[in-house]
Each structure stands twice: as structure tokens, then as C-alpha cells.
Design a protein around this ligand. Structure first.
Ligand code: FES
Ligand SMILES: [Fe+2]
Length: 332
């Protein structure tokens, strides 16, 4: 896969190369969105994907340009488990094989799309951007997706490279300045899997905004936070307060070397009672989504235009520098 060429910082020192788009799982849309119409996702390494789903079949993700003359398959329709090219009607199954060509009785051997690994979690669809997944789609430790409810995603486009944004949780210093959270424990860093990097630390909510006062009142004033980064672009954040626990999943989609689409999904634990599951859970999910969106907005506002200068990292940036070092060395 194509990688960003090594760059130079202002001191003329070579900076490490990062992939234009890391080999990992990407969030592509909800089951409901895919059932309405095929969805397209482009990555800056030149790959284009199309995702589709029918009500009674699991989702599929294929290479997005038709093997015939490269028409955009996301503009086609879906019927009988196949995506139909909008230009000449070639039909591709979920495995990428062409199953029907309206104007030919024989199917040429080149007539096939690449099929990518796909997983559905709690009504959301993820795919791996290589023909074989390098690691299973991760989820929150000790949780099953049937126990959690996902709020609708909120999204930002940020002028900053994906690897710096996905390292935000390892930028320990920024919690005080950007979020009014002060560190009250040691920071534990480990790598629970060859493709995962994790931080655990305890923070106190110190801000005076009405939101922070509400958080202290409703949830408690300290929280244990776990940030788990998989493959560089998929981040799972668990914030454990004395009275609540919030879950956030962030999918970082590179748009080009310095712009990133940040897709955030907040999850809440589902209640046992059927009535509460129907009425309270969606409300709870939207309230927590609001609070977490405002929390993330602070990151977005302070990260616009961010650039990486390896020689300007200081000892206070150690956790972030260690993350970036790990990230450069995972298989592409
Ligand atoms: S370009 Fe898709 S069928 Fe011709
Ligand atoms: Fe942050």
C-alpha cells in the first residue's frame, strides 16, 4: 500500500512515514442506511469501496469501481443479494464474483470485485480495508453489543492528519487544557494485542461549565478512563464514573494526508426492563451523546491545523510519542 513519503520538519530532520490509510476496520454506515441505498467510501490511498445490504442478508463491502469499465457501483441498485452496475448491468454477489451479465452468456474471468471482511455490531457496519482482516473487529472489553445501545453518530472533518487525531487519547497533557480534566493517578500504557495500544488513567472533572457541574452531580467527580486504539484508526474509550459508565467508539477516516473525517458513536448500557429499553435508553443515549459531543468539540477546536514535528516532541509528550512510534511499526 502507498505510504506518505517521509517528510521533513523545519529543522530538516526526517519524520517517520505513516500510511495514507491504515490497514484496519472502518465504520461505513448503519444497517438502516445501507438498506436504503449502497454507500461509498474513498480512502486517500486510491481505494474505493461500496457497501450494500438487503433486509434479509448481511452487509457486503466490495471494491467500488466496476471490473468492466470502472463505473461507480454505489450508484447502482441492489437486487437478490447482488449489486448491479448502473452502466451495463453487470451483477456482483456478496463474494465479489460477477453472477450475471445482461448482454453476454459467458462471464469473463476478470469480471469480479474484491470482497472485504465485514462485521455488524449493534446495527453498525464495519469493514476491513484489506481482503483479509489482520485482527478481529474489537469491542468494549467485557461487553457484548447486545448489551449496549448506539446513539446516532456525530461527525467532524478536521484539518489534521489521522494519526495525530487518533493519538489524542495518549496526549496526556491536553486533558487539563482542552477538557478541564486533571490527572489523579499514574498513567498505565500497554499493548494488549499486536494491533492495539492502550492507556489507562484516572482523571478528576475540574471544570466549572454547567456540563461539568452536571457530570459531577450525576456521575461523580472522578473517572477511570481506558483508551484502546486498534490499527491506528479505531479507538474505543471507556469512561467509568462512580455512578455511570460511558462508551465511545471513534472511527478516523483519512481524507488526505492532512484532513480526517472523525466519526463518533456513543454507546450506553441497555436497561433490563422492556419499557425502559424502549423509552429511557434512547433518551439516555441522546443525552450522553450531547455531553460527549461537546467534550469532543474541544478536541476539534484545538486540533484544527495540527501538524507533526517529531523533533519538537518533549518529555511531556512521551505517551503520545510512544503511541506514534508504536503506530509506525505495526504491519501495514
Ligand atoms: S462499467 Fe459496470 S457493467 Fe460496464
Ligand atoms: Fe481530547
Amino acid at each position: 500500500m502507498e505510504a506518505l513519503a517521509p517528510t521533513s520538519d523545519d529543522e530538516g530532520v526526517s519524520a517517520p512515514a505513516f500510511s495514507l490509510a491504515p490497514a484496519s476496520w472502518y465504520y461505513i454506515g448503519t444497517v438502516a442506511e445501507l438498506q436504503r441505498s449502497p454507500r461509498r467510501l474513498d480512502l486517500p490511498d486510491g481505494q474505493q469501496f461500496v457497501a450494500f445490504r438487503e433486509r434479509d442478508r448481511p452487509a457486503a463491502v466490495l471494491s467500488g469501481r466496476c471490473s468492466h469499465m470502472a463505473a461507480d457501483l454505489s450508484k447502482g441498485c441492489v437486487k437478490d443479494g447482488r449489486i448491479v452496475c448502473p452502466l451495463h448491468g453487470w451483477e456482483y454477489g456478496r463474494d465479489g464474483k460477477c453472477a450475471h451479465i445482461p448482454a453476454l452468456s459467458e462471464i469473463p474471468p476478470f469480471a469480479r470485485q474484491v470482497a472485504f471482511p465485514v462485521e455488524e455490531r449493534g446495527g453498525l457496519v464495519f469493514f476491513f480495508n484489506r481482503p483479509e482482516a489482520r485482527f478481529p473487529l474489537p469491542f468494549f472489553e467485557g461487553r457484548d453489543d447486545t448489551e449496549l445501545l448506539a446513539a446516532p453518530a456525530f461527525e467532524f472533518t478536521v484539518d489534521a492528519p489521522w494519526y495525530l487525531l487518533s493519538g489524542n487519547g495518549f496526549d496526556v497533557q491536553h486533558f487539563r487544557c482542552a477538557h478541564d480534566r486533571s490527572l489523579v493517578s499514574d498513567v498505565t500504557i500497554d499493548s494488549p494485542h499486536a494491533f492495539a495500544w492502550r492507556l489507562r488513567a484516572k482523571f478528576r472533572v475540574t471544570g466549572n461549565s454547567w456540563r461539568d457541574r452536571m457530570i459531577r452531580w450525576l456521575s461523580g467527580s472522578e473517572m477511570e478512563m481506558t483508551v484502546e486504539n486498534w490499527g491506528g484508526n479505531l479507538v474505543l474509550v471507556t469512561s467509568r464514573f462512580p455512578r455511570t459508565c460511558s462508551y465511545g467508539l471513534v472511527s478516523f477516516v483519512p481524507l488526505d494526508k492532512n484532513r480526517t473525517w472523525v466519526r463518533n458513536i456513543v454507546w450506553i448500557p441497555r436497561r433490563q426492563n422492556a419499557l425502559a429499553r424502549r423509552w429511557l435508553d434512547p433518551l439516555d443515549a441522546m443525552i450522553r451523546r450531547y455531553f460527549i459531543r461537546e467534550f469532543v468539540r474541544a478536541d476539534v477546536n484545538s486540533s484544527e491545523g495540527l501538524r507533526y514535528h517529531p523533533k519538537r516532541m518533549t518529555s511531556a509528550d512521551k505517551e503520545l510519542a510512544d503511541y506514534l512510534h508504536w503506530l509506525q511499526n505495526i504491519p501495514r
